[in-house]
Write a protein that binds this ligand. Structure first.
Ligand code: BES
Ligand code: MN
Ligand code: ZN
Length: 500
């Protein structure tokens, strides 16, 4: 039985209801002061048809008694996704109740299906903070929010559980920062703003060095893709380089590259208004890798990792790059521009080549809101994963499954390679369909012979509505997967043993 805190009239107590409307044993033998009569609660569940399906809810106000109400929420079989949806549903409802006076949500995790261990506690802390996320208010009035969410688990004294709670908090706060960066509008954020935001948050963390390359350095470094895309903007491009090296790090050095287009108008190949509206979120890949290194550094993981964010605004002016331009990337490979709206691959090409040639990467992973085609293929919840080695793909899939971020591996099908041909350059930047795959094929040579994975997050980088731990707007998708992968030591080879 978890040690429930004393409950008062400002508290809402959540009760996890398992499949078949089963109530947790700690509620049924609820100690010297029963918080609620289980028969009374079972009746309320039956009346409302709540059979414990994950996230279904029944609110039972407790007039004149303590606590102020009981929120019975489905937890299904208490799998990790079930725990996430239980917590997210409880927190979201708790925030609504806060507008009517509730101050604290007490959230026990132990259910009839299973006691909660370290994994459940980490998932719960992440879900509680992320479902409760709100963008810094730019509107008024501000509805009243809960003062606290108290997560209760039977093993709360276990050091592994305490560490899991802290890791979950650091991960969620990093993801919330990524969401803030993504949700910041394009009239506020630009490449220099992004560089300043990253420096302000990261530069003082242990073992971290932040370097910002400006236009002069980009010219001398040969960043032709970044300069071309950024050329049309009144706010010139930057490349952010965040190095983290723990003294106990081994030999491997992953370099994570995130697309940092602070606004994507499409450029001269201009988007329609409907297609442009969401394009402040086109730096979500950059935000995800920045959040990853933020969490890695706060947790002081014993690894080395470098994050590269090529940041540019794809704007329209006399300085814009144009269809038919030929651009030379870091390392000398050239691209014929057929469509200025295929700008993400132009900047990622420089970032990947820079990671390989100048930063000494042992493995490259990029994250990008790269193609509308990926959204068409996989929908708004699932990212496309391309990888040059099965071991890297498997490791990222495992990490994503733990993180609760859906990934689907897509084929790097060479049969479409001919579409990339150009008569004036090494490749063209708009090879056509299958759009997600041809974009990945475009990027592949910039990784050379290094193991390389590409996450196209065009769908899941942004949520159209509140849903579980997601809040309408930027999601921070990718950060938790990469954090898990780095926690596991950034494996590239297949695991030695496969556990089902
Ligand atoms: N940022 C967009 C991709 C995108 C579209 C992300 C919708 C999220 C939602 C990217 O820069 C882009 O415009 N891609 C083009 C590429 C094409 C011109 C080859 C696309 O997908 O249409
Ligand atoms: Mn574009
Ligand atoms: Zn874009």
């Amino acid at each position: 039985m978890p040690a429930l805190p004393a409950l008062g009239p400002d508290d809402v107590l959540a009760v996890p209801v398992g499949s078949g409307a089963t109530l947790p044993t700690w509620l049924i033998r609820s100690g010297p002061v029963p918080v609620v009569d289980p028969d009374f609660l079972a009746g309320a569940l039956a009346d409302t048809g709540n059979t414990g399906k994950p996230a279904t809810q029944t609110l039972v106000p407790i007039a004149g008694r303590r606590p102020r109400s009981i929120l019975a929420v489905g937890i299904g079989e208490a799998t990790l996704p079930d725990v996430r949806s239980y917590v997210a549903a409880a927190v979201r409802r708790g925030q609504a109740l806060a507008e009517h006076g509730a101050r604290r949500l007490v959230l026990p995790l132990d259910s009839a299906a299973a006691p909660a261990g370290a994994d459940e506690v980490r998932a719960a802390v992440e879900a509680a903070l992320l479902a409760g996320y709100r963008f810094r208010d730019t509107s008024t009035p501000h509805p009243r929010r809960l003062d606290a969410v108290t997560v209760v688990a039977a093993d709360a004294d276990d050091p592994a559980v305490i560490a899991a709670a802290r890791t979950g908090q650091v991960a969620a706060e990093a993801v919330a920062w990524a969401r803030d960066l993504v949700n910041t509008p394009g009239n506020v954020k630009n490449p220099a703003w992004l560089a300043d935001a990253a420096t302000a948050r990261l530069a003082d963390l242990p073992h971290v060095t932040v370097t910002v390359l400006g236009p002069d350095e980009l010219r001398s470094g040969g960043f032709g893709g970044v300069l071309a895309v950024g050329g049309g903007s009144a706010t010139p491009p930057r490349v952010l380089v965040v190095r983290y090296r723990h003294p106990a790090a081994g030999d491997g050095h992953p370099v994570l590259v995130g697309k940092g287009i602070t606004f994507d108008t499409g450029g001269i190949s201009i988007k329609t208004n409907a297609g442009m509206r969401e394009m402040k979120t086109d730096m979500a890949g950059g935000a995800a890798v920045l959040a990853t290194v933020d969490a890695v550094a706060r947790l002081e993981l014993p690894v080395a990792v470098t994050v590269v964010v090529p940041a540019a605004e794809n704007a329209v002016s006399g300085g814009s790059y144009r269809p038919s331009d030929v651009v030379t990337h870091v390392g000398g490979r050239t691209t014929e521009v057929l469509n200025t709206d295929a700008e993400g691959r132009m900047v990622l090409a420089d970032g990947l080549a820079y990671g390989r040639l100048e930063l000494g990467a042992s493995v490259l992973v990029d994250v990008a809101t790269l193609t509308g085609a990926m959204k068409v293929a996989l929908g708004a919840k699932t990212a496309g994963l391309y990888a040059t080695t099965d071991g890297l793909a498997e490791a990222l899939r495992t990490a994503a499954a733990h993180a609760g971020e859906p990934l689907w591996r897509m084929p790097l099908a060479q049969e479409h390679g001919d579409l990339l041909r150009s008569s004036v350059a090494d490749a063209n930047n708009a090879p056509g369909n299958p759009g997600g795959t041809t974009a990945a094929l475009f990027l592949r040579p910039f990784a050379g012979e290094l193991p390389w994975a590409h996450l196209d997050v065009a769908g899941p980088a942004r949520a159209g509505s509140d849903d579980g731990e997601l809040v309408k707007g930027g999601t921070g998708f990718g950060a938790r997967t990469l954090l898990r992968w780095l926690e596991a030591g950034a494996p590239v080879d297949p695991p030695a043993t496969v556990v089902d």
